[in-house]
Write a new protein. Structure first.
Lengths: 217, 217, 217, 217, 217, 217, 217, 217
């Protein structure tokens, strides 16, 4: 079972291939970590790399990457820093942290500047209000929220910037798994809010990168 | 197929029985309109009475009730006006009008004072802000919203009053039928928001009436 | 990942912020337990604190709170006792205990008097009958039931008091996860029964507290 | 498209074949009505025969059957009356009438004695209480209910007789289409309540007939 | 959390109360095992008692019951043997064994004679054919099947006896959890097949017991 | 809105493009009927052409095709008759006729020999038994069934031939729309039964044509 | 029921408010058409304006707007033409036309240049290939597709531009209503494809407009 | 609980019975492994045999089979090699490996020649393009894909061969469990793609074997 890497993808769609670690055997992860660290290789982003899996990798492979447990990501390095284009990552609650940070780490890997605004949920709408001006100085806004996901609508109604919304799977009862948040975001009364799959912080960063690419050439 | 009316229900649970008209034959509706208008009878509330059905009833029966097409309700009269207890009915958009007015008409029938605040959706959060102080002078707040139903969370985070939320079935795609709004309300990050079935404006008014009864003895 | 606590929430909505422990790291829980026990701080309620997590906390932090395994709650203290307003918590079966007691513990934390009536399910309707008079002396009734949730309808038809219903996730087959109970409660033939998310005993207590607040000023 | 009738079915499973009319062309219905009325033929039961379809049939075919609009059934005659075995059909509300009467008409066709108890819903539990003794004199109990379907559980807890439950599709919001009632019945806390498909009054009568057959030989 | 046992239930509905063990604490199970073994007490049936839980009980409690791991049931004894009435339990595949045997063990507890016919699935329809005559000598037939649940329809078309169908949760993909089997059974083209909740072998036995009771007085 | 026809598709995948008529404007249908009848053009198959739409077309266009109301198909002609390869279309009940005949008409259009066996549902399993030998003389078997779709499993267990199963949307309650039949077919205990979308008789014929093509070169 | 128009929205979020016509009374539509045509008023976009509703409006109101039946939109005029920023609208099949044209008409209203590429579905992947170069000259790509929605993934893998995907509700069986297409788009293997609600061509145009605004200042 | 093996199945449907190991006790697996290795016995295929279960079997039983952990299959031997008929197994990504290899191992067991083409997902459509000619030399094509499953449509539009599609359960959010992939495959715009249950690589191989049998006699 060999992985046919699509090494030309960066040129074609502007986004290098990424290693989705969940379900991959330890040997594959180890090999990829070593290969991407070789001279001349493009550094890789590893996502959905759970702490227990990371700890089970050989020490030399672990040392080749920068691991971040909350976001479950590891970076073998970053792509060249882009000079223009800034992204705000705004999340509703502390439970949304893993997804918000997956987006932020992916942006870091892609060399895109960004700021995280956590705990901005609209059950306490003044929290968002106090940060709105700062958020609006960015070029793209990623909104991360679970449960009722009301933050996407309120923020979408307060900014002219592109809004990329990511529902999270946090919650219990009807919120469990993230369908309630996904449907609320897709049904948002704020026009032009576009949506990624549940917990897909990585995809939101890629969508933002496509937009930053369109903005900055 | 005769209807066993529960004429003692008012004493027992404080809420008289109501005629849910959808699916009932014209003769039954006609008979009930005439009976409730008889001297000494308790006036009835008729809900889900669609305009084409109402128009098909005999003129004399129609004249015995006060019909309101938007809310699809007819009142044969109202119960005695309560001196205390006021309810705010706050809705998100004009599409939520039928449900908001069903709640309002039920409150009118029950003799409970109320105010309607329409078009308060939080995709434009300043609309709600300008009305918040007035809304908070009421004893119970009914929130009516479809689509993302974000209004329930924002308002629930801005008021200490009991909040009774009604999702509406307006919308298309994942919002169609009201499940998205229902789930968002049940998942609300604002604590203590309680929820009725989709489009159940009547039930929200009854829940408010139970609370007003508990407040005012 | 820091938590922006909303320390003014009590004034604004009458309900202090609560710590939903599921998914939070041990360090955060430890810190919050210590902070809330500091002189002058508001005591906190911790919910969804599973026994294995509680046991893993440092002994000094554990000693600062009153832990209750069945309800998975810990209290750092309680808010001032309210002089008026009493809540009945009525549950259908022993399996509903965790949710019923989460509601009761939240009421205790909020300083609200309450009584629990367990094993009142209507597959044996005489159990409810024998307690009905006592239940009706309370100002608000919280109904906790899983499976068919028939208790909400039967009790809703026997009391004029506000009824706050909480479906539980107990059961197997189509009842598993609580959707069957949720839908039955939302479809209740008893008018004015309002509903919380599945297993949300905490939210039911907050809804009751909003009503008690409206009753008692 | 010819119908291969299974004329030996009565001997094999004790239930003659029935004509489900919905979606069948008028010519087929007309032909079957004429054929079953021929000398020596077994009279047929026609179900789901909507009034507008029945009115569109030729007058001579219509005259060969006994049509009942509420239940949407037509009978070309009945099978020989059984001497023993009685079935109670208990329904929750007037909206459940079409399904309750489809069950009753099927029992009539099968020659089985039965009694209908309508408006026995447990939002007013005394209605059921006053009829319980009479209901318990029957050999099999068919329960017909929509919405929360709580009647099945309460009655199932009050009788030792076989209980055959039919959910109905009445209701709106989460109750629409009958899944809420179906799931509540399947999750019933009363042991041994067995369930038919939504709106399947015909099937409930067949299940009762199988039981009556087992009882009475 | 005490259990209000309904000791008169046997007289009222003919079925003694049963202990659903899943989720109950070890102490409760231990106490109930000891209590039911006391002189004069009615022996109890324990269901959903997983082997690891059973092994964790004190040896003296374990010795008071007859445990059967496949069905996850324990019996403290059986009710008096009924002289008449026999039930066939027919299952489709070996994976349905736990549910088929839960039904059989419940029948044993209730003192009802029964025979199990396993591996009768209709992907090999001759297996059923060879047993049909023997099956049809019973008074009630319980059908247990997962996946496509086609056995219920084929058997329902070959017997005049009451057919009580139990879907099982075996399978993967769309069959996982048992909804596919449940819906196939509810949609059965064989008339009068009635259905229990997924994996509810206990309930099927209770339904059969109600029928046997009606047959045998 | 012009249609880019893929006139080379026949060479590439062996199946000419087809006109799915539902939702297409009358003018488009008229134009396509006229174009395909032009000298040298490939005759087209029109599917989902409802009778009221067909009647609304101009008479000259209608005369250019062979219309079949039950299957809602029109043929402008047929492709050259294949000398080898025969398909059996086996359906469960008369309600499945529209889908079975859509498959048969598509086979006729594709020049493939076929036989239809209707009313072979396994609630009366002897109907299938009497036809089995004849069915097994064909090279491919298309099974069409709604409701419990048990026919697919029973037939799949009795034939070594390729089995292509089509669920139909007939039925009510949980069977309505065809999901129950679809899931039962996907969960079939007979190995190697493959499945098409609900009501997709056209697709089943195309799948059979691919197999016939592989068989006959 | 008056509409509180949010006339400052253009400044705040760069998108003027739009009239969603479905469910609005004729008088409201008439009034809004007249008001927006008044001197100095911002011209409005009317969406989901079905032909039969449009035909029922007074002739003078109809004359004030440019109506387009396929997209069900009416424009009272357009906003000033933007000099930079071009959007490609790529759709899979002719059935997706209504949604693709709703997007295109909204872009026209917003003064944004755009090109439509219809019939680009990947069941014939060469159709897309021949247009790819032209599509990639645009700044934003809107993909409109129903059924399997495979176009979004294939195109997302061939372009570095922002991709805004809209599922459509065309199709039958599991595709009916658009959930299959929505889920396929959300699950796209091409990174950074973001998604709107089913049939929300208007929203896709707004999302594109937000991006064009970010690109062009 | 004994297993009634259907030893004549090979003659009747051309496919020997297989052991689905998930949920079967270790003793049963051990016994079957030993029995099938006896002289004259037909070698068996064991599916869904998870590595931890395999490791727990006695060493002598393990030595009697050829185990393959990725596909979770064990073979006691293979059926006689077929001289004609070749199958291509084409999968989208490395995560689909377990299902693709379950199909391949089943084909090996059935004595059918096959080739695996992994990592052919259409988010990089050139990967498929470079292999298309080789794939088209086979007689049947099995497509294995999760997430958006777009590969089935693209390949189905590029080949005239029978296409048997298997959705996989890989993915998260709306893709989790494989319903998104299943629905996309069932909704495929490429005509005649037929579909198996989620993760049913075994079934796909059986479907291919039925076709190969029809081709090769």
């Amino acid at each position: 079972m060999d992985v046919l890497f699509d090494h030309c993808r960066t040129e074609r769609i502007g986004l290098p291939e990424t290693v989705f670690c969940q379900g991959k055997p330890l040997e594959t992860l180890t090999r990829l970590m070593r290969e991407q660290a070789a001279p001349g290789a493009t550094p890789l982003l590893f996502t959905r790399l759970f702490p227990d899996i990371f700890e089970a990798l050989p020490a030399d492979a672990r040392d080749l990457v920068d691991y971040h447990p909350l976001s479950k990501t590891a970076l073998g390095g970053t792509l060249p820093q882009r000079e223009r284009g800034r992204v705000a990552v705004v999340s509703a609650g502390t439970c949304d942290g893993p997804v918000a940070h997956e987006a932020a780490r992916t942006l870091a890997y892609l060399g895109i500047q960004h700021t995280i605004y956590e705990d901005s949920g609209v059950a306490g709408v003044w929290r968002l209000a106090s940060r709105l001006e700062a958020i609006n100085t960015h070029d793209v806004i990623i909104v991360v929220a679970g449960m009722d996901a009301a933050l996407a609508t309120v923020l979408g109604g307060l900014t002219p910037k592109p809004v990329v919304a990511v529902p999270t799977s946090v919650g219990y009862g009807v919120a469990e798994g993230g369908r309630a948040a996904l449907h609320a975001m897709l049904s948002s009364c704020a026009p032009g809010v576009c949506v990624l799959n549940i917990d897909n912080g990585y995809g939101a960063a890629c969508a933002a990168a496509r937009i930053i690419g369109a903005i900055c050439g």
